[in-house]
Design a protein around this ligand. Sequence first.
Ligand code: GLC
Length: 545
Amino acid sequence: MPDPSQWWCSAVVYQIYPRSFADSDGDGIGDLGGIAERLDYLQQLGVDVLWLSPIYPSPHDDNGYDISDYRDVDPAFGTLEQFDQLLRDVHARGMKLVMDVVVNHTSDEHPWFVESRSSRDNPKRDWYWWRDEPNNWTSEFSGPAWELDDKTGQYYLHLFTRKQPDLNWENPEVREAVYEMMRWLDRGVDGFRMDVINFISKPADLHDDATDTRGPIGRDAYICGPRIHEFLHEMHEQVFAGRDGLLTVGEMPGVTVEEAQLFTDPARGEVDMVFQFEHFNIDQRKNKWDWFPLHLPDLKHSLGRWQEGLAETGWNALYWNNHDTPRSVSHWGDDGEHRVAAAKLLGTVLHLHRGTPYVYQGEELGMTNVPFESIEDFRDIESLSHYAEATAAGQEPEEVLRGLRWMSRDNARTPVQWDASEHAGFTTGEPWIPVNANHTEINAEAGLADPDSVFHHYRKLIAFRHEEPAVAEGDFTMLLPDGERVYAFTRRHGDTELLVIANFSADAVTPDADREWAGAEVVIGDPGDSLALGPWEARVYRRSR
Ligand code: GLC
């Protein structure tokens, strides 16, 4: 276990997707000026760290996760000077700022790739993966993972879109260039979220993937590939070692508990925590578009395993949603009659687990999925590619749309709803993606004004973590693992014990837990004189042993 005095054990991180957060100049795209204007709001919420999704120059094929210059700010978002000022403003408020680095791939417009593709004998040719014949891997975003480059007659590897060629980490020059860039980025920033960082080590022979696992073909070969721990340790030594106060979190699709233990063991010097996806995939069949209703014991089983697996060594990053997921209150809660209760419940359950919680912009308002009408309403490259591929293969457009409405990343990417006015106070111009019509009811202004709002509930959860050491440091015991409606667990630290009970259903229930708790102090949620819970109600009790 990390030293519990590590500052990030008791911190809460807030993710900003700049394009959709707040627009200060009326061009319909969120920007740094918009973030600066909302710092008071974030401070009021009480979060400790802001993580900015990429703000670097980019052709925006994948909304900035295709970087063409790591050393500047995209003019759509602002300038480097504005960024430096934002960093100072964030620090002045006692918060920290973490950047997103995307180094599994660059944009095809990055000068490194422009050089690499210019000729077979260019010195940067080997900075990317070029082959005469593709292997059988498929892209994470539909279709093959290889693109033929006419000029030099070879294929290059792209695990994401064809505009996101994969860097060849086997080449030491690539690694040094990446570390050098990250050192430059450390111009006062407090750490990094590292995009698909467990994809960077490919087997040097790029062999075909012979397995038939769910998801894109090739994953078995490149997820946590042969040199991944070596590369992350090297990065740690080259970039992070000796600097205090940083937070590093690796995004790691497909990572196992056992691997995560290694990645987050402080003694190994790799990363502080990882985003794992196991709990996120438990209601899916062959791919993310094909889901079934949540079976609560599966969720408990999964998260419980991760709590246990990282109890002694390592640390969990906790999240329900981010810029790649649907909205949690729609996905696993209730976005109709019980929206407010369900959003509060999800917050309570997540924030009381052991680990560092991440709040995705708008989650603290209980923002919901979007009733997209037609494919024209979508912007995300993943959704558009899936629609094109699935309909070409004969699937009914309406059926494909049903999957998109449920899972599309655009659900998370509609503008933050600041108020009930036109475009939700996000922009004075035309937003790059339509605002959810429910902003007239669900918005920050309304949340701030109502003491019973989801916003104020999140504020209390965050404050509670700061005040009560059992939240950050306590051990974790899952109760009622097979219960289909109640999620319950205890946390223990010294002589303090917390009980969390949550009703994931619209029916009233009484959890089968130790009745003595009924007399204990209720620290989160509405007190009741028994353990009975109303629809989507959650409660946290505290007692001394
Ligand atoms: C990560 C990002 C996602 C992006 C992909 C490729 O999964 O979170 O938004 O599309 O990597 O960079």
